[in-house]
Write a protein that binds this ligand. Structure first.
Ligand code: FA5
Length: 357
């Protein structure tokens, strides 16, 4: 009985197909490929051996071998495709960002985070000083009626002193009856009204907040700025108490080396009134552009509560007396940090603002 090189073809093909199924990674497949369908495979060896056969037998055997090769090659390609998708899925899974990765990158990559601005931190420092002196911190609305911003503070309509405050009016109700507050002094009225309504006099409070004026920005002015109002209503309060509070504040906030002074001034809601000034910290009193060559910088106004204001809110001026003050928060920060021009605070130059973190 004649033998053919393809006598074991069925078993050899089965063995190759089994080998293909056992491949579990693309690397294994790549390594095994030459032995399955490549030059070093049994299929290639059989192909070579067909040369010994006679022409007719060779053609039949060649067709059989081709058929077996196609089957093994198809199985190998199918396996390659399965292993490729598995490898892609594994790669995707390892690329997925989970919370652990986020935390790790937040720790290792330097991230620039913000910090409170100079005005906010100055406000908090001022609050701290006054809380340390026994004041509570309150706040009032930024949009006020004409009554709170002016009339209750003894500034009737058309009174010439209204010219002290260049006002932004809000288009609400009758013309010029609602304003963006020009100062924090209306909080005096809210505090006193509340105390009367709740029968909770005395008052020892500060109220910081934003103010708006049609002021042209310059080295000491902005159109939107901040003040901190102070109000004491109690028994037997005198101007000496006011001067003592201002001096204690100056030393606590600016240190003992800074000189301060009170100069007579006029405010319709206090009598007597004064302006509170300190030595200009830019020129140390020598005179410079920031202080208009006076050597002094005005930080705020103050005075004893005018009896007309007390009676406007229903407080008996024979039993109670008090004082109020209003300091510019930007001015305080400006002098503490020796900033020659206040406009730097609103120019958003992070090289400048970053110094105060
Ligand atoms: C007043 O606003 C009074 N309400 C202060 C007051 C309160 C007096 C209680 C009596 C009793 P004046 O307009 O002077 O006063 O402003 C007070 C302070 O606010 C100024 O000294 C300054 O420090 C600050 N200030 C005023 N206008 C501006 C502005 N446009 N930009 C920045 N700061 C300002």
């Amino acid at each position: 009985m004649s033998t053919s090189p393809l006598d074991n073809l069925a078993a050899q093909k089965a063995e190759l197909l089994e080998k293909v199924t056992s491949l579990s990674t693309l690397d294994e497949l790549k390594e095994a490929e030459p032995f399955i369908t490549g030059k070093r495979s049994i299929l290639s060896a059989l192909q070579k051996s067909l040369g010994q056969l006679e022409a007719v037998a060779r053609a039949d055997a060649g067709a059989l071998l081709q058929e077996a090769r196609r089957e093994v090659e198809a199985a190998l390609e199918a396996r390659r495709s399965i292993l490729s998708s598995q490898a892609r899925a594994v790669a995707l899974e390892s690329d997925r960002l989970d919370l652990g990765d986020v935390v790790v990158s937040a720790v290792t990559v330097p991230v620039s985070v913000g910090h409170p601005g100079l005005v906010g931190s100055t406000q908090r420092e001022l609050e701290d000083v006054f809380v340390g002196m026994g004041f509570v911190v309150a706040e009032g609305p930024e949009v006020e009626t004409d009554w709170y911003n002016f009339e209750a503070l003894n500034i009737p309509p058309a009174h010439p002193s209204r010219g002290m405050w260049d006002t932004f009016y809000v288009e609400l109700g009758e013309p010029e009856t609602v304003v963006l507050r020009t100062h924090t002094s209306p909080t005096q009225i809210h505090l006193m009204e509340n105390a009367v309504a709740n029968n909770s006099l005395p008052i020892h409070a500060v109220a910081p907040g934003t103010c708006y004026r049609r002021d042209t920005p310059d080295a000491r002015h902005l159109a939107t700025f901040h003040q901190i109002e102070g109000l004491i209503v109690d028994r037997n309060i005198t101007f000496a108490d006011l001067a003592g509070v201002i001096e204690t504040f100056t030393h606590a906030y600016f240190g003992p080396d800074i000189e301060s002074r009170l100069r007579p001034a006029f405010f319709p809601f206090t009598e007597p009134s004064a302006e509170f000034e300190i030595t200009c910290t830019i020129c140390r009193g020598e005179g410079c552009r920031t202080c208009s060559n006076t050597g002094w910088i005005e930080l705020g106004g103050c005075g004893m509560l005018d009896p007309a204001v007390l009676s406007a809110v229903g407080i008996d001026g024979d039993e109670w007396s008090g004082f109020a003050f209003g300091f510019g928060i930007e001015r305080c920060g400006q002098m503490r940090h020796q900033i020659a021009d206040m406009r730097a605070l609103i120019e958003n130059d992070t090289r400048f603002l970053g110094q105060f973190s």
